[in-house]
Every structure is written in structure tokens, then in C-alpha cells.
Design a protein around this ligand. Structure first.
Ligand code: BGC
Length: 765
């Protein structure tokens, strides 16, 4: 190695690792990579280095306001590090060719995309997947998404979205894994493993954990809004999933739009360097969200040059669409507002990602038309999507075992989602084949053959008002053709169908775009026109099954009181109709459990199970008591608690047996229960373990999820389910932000959801 190069490697390692003393010895692979990149960077101009930090959108799919033009010219001039929202192997291959053949440094591009819950084969929305509580299945869905995306030229997905949210008003609650730090962390890690694998094969792609940090805690559930919370809450309740994804080796992380502690995340050195790199040891690169850098101007952080320097100095490496880096960093370097070390750091991290993907060896590694032909939307993948969807459904109510339905008689399938292809997918289905999902009507017909009849009626539009309906359903993709008839005419037709039916399946709720980015609401009920339909159907006296489509927890008080069976199917994806038929007819026994609390009404929001007790808690089972922490008009209870979900069978929990009532530091104890399938069906149950720390140096939640197991039991079968509890499970961040377990008394709960549990106690010595 030349002397100059050795010096570059050494200086870079100093910058990356803080000090030479603390750095770990490099593996041969890492040393090889560093030498390769150092040699490359030694030949790059400052402009070319800054070019690597630029991530324009191809314009195929528009999100946000900004538009980049003249992309191929920029690629030739070395002003582009990656591109996103470009779809199709041929297009991607052609663009990659420009980079590796027509730019001076011939550096290949990253190709990113929001592959959020599948590519052509679409899985349930992430909130649905999070109700599966089985990490092998979660990982498998990400694996298939990576296989299909990579076969189509994509080497970087902007997923997993791991933002904890406790606010159903926020449209993006549909994209995450719900309200809980523990469950969210397990899912974050499983998704990263699924996408990235070992990052060696041509079907393993970069994950991008987003949106760091606290994006799901936007005030009033309004998208992009301010967040403000204590550091103990950040560390204990909101940070864990990001950290879990980092621990699982996530290659990149996306800065969030919101501010954190008074500074936009994109410009926060505390977040991007102190916490992410220094405390968590993150080794990958940080990308902004869409125009995250210029948006700091509106946040009030200064002009474009100032905010771009702020972001780079904070530890941000790549600028999505904003072109603040491209336009201003050179000037800032001349004016000493940024140093070459910062530009080099960012450039090196982007190049490292490309190196790890193997793009320097084969820039077309992910462009394989033959593989795309065979592996995308394959029958095998669609079969997995069907199974995953079935596992994600949550049975919220089933009076008198109305479900499963018999495959006989006449079924009245009614509602705007009865025969609707495009709205089976949910938000962020950027590669979905909109006309190729299995509709509910198709799914039911396929399952029934000639054994039963299905009659249908639309019954209602999504919303009564056409302008509002356009805003809710059709702004992104015109997926819904409105029925021009009046509400009364549509209900009349539905009632005629109902009259001829033995049972009514009402497919009602939200359309795909009711949730997702920039889709916040202040009313979380089923829209009135659909509710009117449901009321009319209920009045017929025929049994009604509500098959609920939603991307957020809804307030379903009326439905819970008046409809005998409610199956929440979220947005099931490509195989929606087949999966719904599987569950409605009992070929699959539902086993999904809510990952987020369903409130009684929007005024209770945020409502979550792991809350603190207050100094004036309401006694259990009470509705109201003066001078206690409660409301005049509604009890503190949720409609459906976190972890809730019914089955066609019933499970009985025995009492908790602890191996010891004392846990010594460094040792562990076990907590066991006997679980008995007491019903008539084989079924899966998610056994949940919660812990409460009774006395702490800071106030502690009334209950925190600390373990779960999904078990399969035959009808009549019993099994002993055992959890290990160690000191680690009792640790939390104290007011000095130290991760500690404090000796004292703990309660342990095991049960079928966060409310219905058995209880025992132990002491940490
Ligand atoms: C979203 C991100 C997404 C990005 C790129 C933004 O508007 O907030 O989640 O990855 O667009 O499409």
C-alpha cells in the first residue's frame, strides 16, 4: 500500500472510531474493504465525494413535494450516490450502466424502494403482521419481499418502519408494529434478518430502519408534527425497536421528519452521533427522509447551507431528494462550516454499503430478468402470503360461535370491500399488481364451489361525500370507482340480498389510503354511511359477521354491542380473499393478537396497556370516582386491550408456578403455566408474559411485556409453557439513563392478553 493510502486509512479509522485506542482489531474482510475504499476515495474529487451523498427520486412514484430533474446527466457527472422509486429490472439496469460506464469514477448506484410489506406479492400491512407474534413468520415475509425486490433490481428497502405509536389518529400507525417496545423490538430484528440475511447472496438487500426517532409520537396524531418527551420515556419506550434493529445489523437508518427535544432529528447530533453511533455502535449510514434537510428551513433552523451543514455535522450521510448536500457542502467546506473529515466519513459509509452489497464486483448483481420472471409473484410466494394473512387476522368477537361459517346455504356478501381488488393491499404497496389480488368475493366462491351460494351488493360507498371520499381513497392511486346511487338506494339493494341470505358477511371499514403517510384523522369510527348500512343489516335479525378492513385501531363500541361476530383483517394483501375464506370457514383458526390497544373513543387517546399508575389510580373494575384519575363520560378501559384476540377454540390457563420466589443477580428463575385447549378446534395461542416492578427509583409501568410464545395445541391437549426470567428482563433506563435492574419486589403475569392474566410474585436480591 502506498504511504498516502496508509495515512488515509489510519485517519479515517480515527474519525470513525473516535480514538485509535478504543478501536477493535479489523477482520481481514473489513481491512480489505477499507483498503479498497481508501484507494477509491484517494482518487475522488470533493465534488464526487459529495455526489455519493445525493439520493434523488427517479420520479416514478412521487411522494412529497420536491422533484429532481436531469438525473442521468447528474449520474454521468458523479453527482448521484443512489436512486429510489425506480421500478423494473430493465430500467434499473440501464441507469446502473450510466453510472458504471459513463461516470468518471464508475461507482455503482444504490437502488432504493419502499418495499414495506412485500413487493409484487403483498403481505398484510405491518400493523397486521405485528399481530402474528411469531418471528419466524415475520422474518419469512421480509425474506420473500427481499427475494422479489432484489430480483427486480432493488438493493435497498426503506423498511422496517419501527416507530412505536399509541395514537390511532396517526395514519402511519398502519406501517409500524404497534405500541409496545418489546414486541416492536422483536419484529424490528426479525425484519432486518429477513431482508439482509448475511448480505452476501443476490437476494439479500440493505434494510433501512425508520424513522429515527420518535416519529410515531407526533402531537395530536398529526403527521410530521412536533414530538416532545422525557429522555427516560425515549430510552425505555420508544428507542428499543431502533436499537434492536441496529443490534441485528441494520445497514442503514432513516432520520425522521419530526423534531426531538427541540431539534429536527435530521440535524440532531445527539441522536445521530451520540446515541446511534457512540452508545449503540451503529456502523451503517444515515439517510434523511424525503427532503428532510430543506425542511429544516421551515422548522426554523436556518437557510439551506446552514441546515445542510447541520445535518452533515450531526452525522447524516445521505440526503434524500433535498439536494442540500449537493448544492452547499463545497461552499461550507471552503468556509470551514464542515470539515473534509465529515464529508469523507459520509462518503466512506455510503461506499461501504455498496461494497458490502457486492456492487463493486458486479453492479448488475440485482438485475436478473430471468430470476424476476421465476421468483416474483410465484405461486409459492402467494401461498405464503395467504398463510401470513390468515395469521394476522384478529377475531374481536364471536358470539355463540357464529364463526366459523358452514360451507352451505346462502351467504350475503355486502359492503364496499366485497368485490374490490385494489383496496385489499393497504398503504405503501408500491409494486402491488392492483388488479391481481384475490377479492373477498372470489375467495369465498373458490372456497365454496357449488356447495353454497354467494349473493353480493356494495351496500355503501366508503364515504357519503364524494369530495371527502376522493381525499380518503383516491389521492395516490385512483383505486375506487364510486357508486353513483344514493345511500338509500344502495342500502335497499343490500337488504334485498340480506333477505335471501342465511348469514351476512359485511366487508366494511377503511380503504387502503385511509391510513399511511399524511392520512391522519380526528374521528376513528367506521364512516357514517357504512355504519348506516351495518345498522340496517343488523336490524334484519339475520346473523351478521363484520369483516373489518382497517389500518388503525378504530372505535367500535356500537359494533361490539350490536354485531355478533367481528373479524379484523387489517389489509391482508395479494391473497386477501383466500385468506379471509380460510378463516371464515374454519380451515384456519384465527390466532392474531392485537399489537395496539383499541380505545372506546378517540378522546381516550393515547391509551396503552403499559401506562404508569398515577398517584390517584382508579380501583380495578371501577368506572368513576371523584378525585381519581378518570373521565366523567367514559371508563378508563380500552374496548379491546393490547394482546387481545379470540380463537374458535378456548384456552384455559393454570396458575403460575415459579421455580423460586427469589431471583439472584446473574441467575434466572422460571415461570410456568399449564395451557389447556378446552374447545373443539385445534388452535394456536400466544401466551404472554408481563412483569411489573413494584418499587423503583423512577415510576414504573403497571405491566410490561417481557416474553411470549405462540403454541399450537390440538383440541383437548395440554402443555406446560415455561419462561425464563433473568435480571436482564428487569432492567430499565433510570434517571441517569443507566440500564439497571433494581433489587426489590416484582409481579409476574401470564395470560391470553394484557388484561386477562394469572399473577405471581418474586423478589430480586
Ligand atoms: C416517507 C418515508 C419513505 C420516503 C421515500 C417519505 O415521505 O416518510 O417513509 O421511505 O418518503 O419514499
Amino acid at each position: 500500500m502506498k504511504r498516502a493510502n496508509i495515512l488515509v486509512v489510519f485517519l479515517t479509522l480515527l474519525v470513525l472510531n473516535g480514538s485509535a485506542q478504543t478501536k477493535k482489531p479489523l477482520s481481514t474482510e473489513e481491512a480489505k474493504m477499507n483498503t479498497f475504499i481508501s484507494n477509491l476515495m484517494a482518487k475522488m474529487t470533493v465534488d464526487e465525494k459529495i455526489g455519493q451523498l445525493n439520493l434523488p427520486s427517479s420520479g416514478d412514484i412521487t411522494t412529497g413535494q420536491a422533484n429532481s430533474s436531469d438525473i442521468s446527466k447528474k449520474i454521468k457527472e458523479g453527482q448521484v450516490g443512489g436512486l429510489f422509486n425506480i421500478k423494473g429490472v430493465d430500467k434499473i439496469k440501464a441507469v446502473q450502466k450510466i453510472a458504471v460506464e459513463n461516470s468518471r469514477m464508475k461507482i455503482p448506484l444504490l437502488f432504493g424502494m419502499d418495499v414495506i410489506h412485500g413487493y409484487n406479492t403483498v403481505f398484510p400491512i405491518p400493523l397486521g403482521v405485528s399481530c402474528i407474534w411469531d418471528m419466524a413468520t415475520v422474518q419469512k415475509s421480509a425474506r420473500i419481499a427481499a427475494i422479489e425486490a432484489s430480483a427486480s433490481g432493488i438493493n435497498w428497502t426503506f423498511s422496517p418502519m419501527v416507530d412505536i405509536s399509541r395514537d390511532p389518529r396517526w395514519g402511519r400507525i398502519s406501517e409500524g408494529s404497534g405500541e409496545d417496545a418489546y414486541l416492536g423490538s422483536q419484529i424490528a430484528a426479525a425484519m432486518v434478518r429477513g431482508y439482509q440475511g448475511k448480505l452476501q447472496a443476490n437476494n439479500e438487500i440493505l434494510a433501512c430502519v425508520k424513522h429515527y426517532a420518535l416519529y410515531g409520537a407526533a402531537e395530536a396524531g398529526r403527521d410530521y408534527n412536533t414530538t416532545d418527551m422525557s429522555k427516560v420515556r425515549m430510552y425505555n419506550e420508544y428507542f428499543p425497536p431502533y436499537k434492536a434493529a441496529v443490534d441485528a445489523g441494520a445497514a442503514s437508518i432513516m432520520a425522521s421528519f419530526n423534531e426531538v427535544d427541540g431539534i429536527p432529528a435530521t440535524g440532531s447530533k445527539w441522536l445521530m452521533t451520540d446515541v446511534l453511533r457512540n452508545q449503540w455502535g451503529f456502523k451503517g449510514f444515515v439517510v434523511t427522509d424525503y427532503t428532510g434537510i430543506p425542511e429544516m428551513i421551515a422548522h426554523g433552523m436556518g437557510d439551506l447551507q446552514t441546515v445542510s451543514a447541520l445535518a452533515l455535522n450531526a452525522g447524516v450521510d445521505m440526503d434524500m431528494v433535498g439536494e442540500g448536500f449537493l448544492g452547499t457542502l463545497k461552499k461550507s467546506l471552503a468556509e470551514k462550516k464542515v470539515g473534509i473529515a465529515q464529508i469523507d466519513r459520509a462518503c466512506r459509509l455510503v461506499l461501504q454499503a455498496k461494497y458490502k452489497l457486492g456492487l463493486f464486483t458486479d453492479p448488475y448483481k440485482f438485475c436478473n430478468a430471468e430470476r424476476a420472471q421465476k421468483e416474483v409473484f410465484s405461486p409459492a410466494n402467494r401461498q405464503v402470503a395467504r398463510e401470513v394473512a390468515g395469521e394476522s387476522f384478529v377475531l374481536l368477537k364471536n358470539n355463540n360461535n357464529l364463526l366459523p361459517l358452514k360451507k352451505s346455504g346462502t351467504i350475503g356478501l355486502i359492503g364496499p370491500l366485497a368485490d374490490n381488488t385494489a383496496n385489499m393491499y393497504g398503504t405503501w404497496s408500491v409494486a402491488a399488481l392492483f388488479d391481481q389480488s384475490v377479492t373477498v368475493l372470489q375467495g369465498l366462491k373458490n372456497a365454496l364451489g357449488n356447495n353454497a351460494k354467494v349473493l353480493t351488493a356494495r351496500g355503501a360507498n366508503f364515504l357519503a361525500d364524494s369530495t371527502m371520499e376522493h381525499r380518503y381513497v383516491n389521492i395516490h392511486n385512483p383505486t375506487y370507482k364510486r357508486d353513483p346511487r344514493t345511500e338509500a338506494e344502495m342500502i335497499k339493494e343490500a337488504l334485498e340480498v340480506a333477505k335471501k341470505s342465511d348469514v351476512i358477511v359485511a366487508t366494511i371499514g377503511e380503504g387502503s389510503e385511509f391510513t399511511g403517510e399524511s392520512s391522519s384523522v380526528t374521528d376513528i369510527q367506521i364512516p357514517e354511511t357504512q355504519k348506516n348500512l351495518l345498522k340496517a343489516l343488523a336490524k334484519t335479525g339475520k346473523p351478521v359477521v363484520l369483516v373489518l378492513f382497517t389500518g388503525r385501531p378504530l372505535a367500535l363500541n356500537w359494533e361490539q354491542e350490536n354485531i355478533p361476530a367481528i373479524l379484523n383483517v387489517w389489509f391482508p394483501g395479494s391473497e386477501a380473499g383466500s385468506a379471509i375464506a380460510d378463516v371464515l370457514f374454519g380451515d384456519v383458526n384465527p390466532s392474531g393478537k392485537l399489537s395496539t390497544t383499541f380505545p372506546q373513543n378517540v378522546g381516550q387517546v393515547p391509551l396503552y396497556y403499559a401506562h404508569k399508575n398515577t398517584g390517584r389510580p382508579l380501583a380495578e373494575g371501577k368506572w368513576f370516582e371523584k378525585f381519581r384519575s378518570n373521565y366523567l363520560d367514559v371508563s378508563n378501559d380500552p374496548l379491546y386491550p393490547f394482546g387481545f384476540g379470540l380463537s374458535y377454540t378456548t384456552f384455559n390457563y393454570g396458575d403460575i408456578k415459579l421455580s423460586s420466589n427469589t431471583l439472584t443477580k446473574g441467575k434466572s428463575i422460571t415461570a410456568s403455566v399449564t395451557l389447556n385447549n378446552t374447545g373443539k378446534y385445534d388452535g394456536k395461542e400466544v401466551v404472554q408474559l408481563y412483569i411489573q416492578d413494584l418499587v423503583g427509583s423512577i415510576t414504573r409501568p403497571v405491566k410490561e411485556l417481557k416474553g411470549f410464545q405462540k403454541v399450537n395445541l390440538k383440541a383437548g391437549e395440554s402443555k406446560t409453557i415455561t419462561f425464563n426470567i433473568s435480571e436482564n428482563d428487569l432492567k430499565f433506563y433510570n434517571s441517569d439513563l443507566k440500564f439497571v435492574a433494581e433489587p426489590g419486589d416484582f409481579k409476574v403475569f401470564i395470560g391470553t392478553n394484557s388484561r386477562d392474566v394469572k399473577e405471581a410474585s418474586f423478589t430480586l436480591k
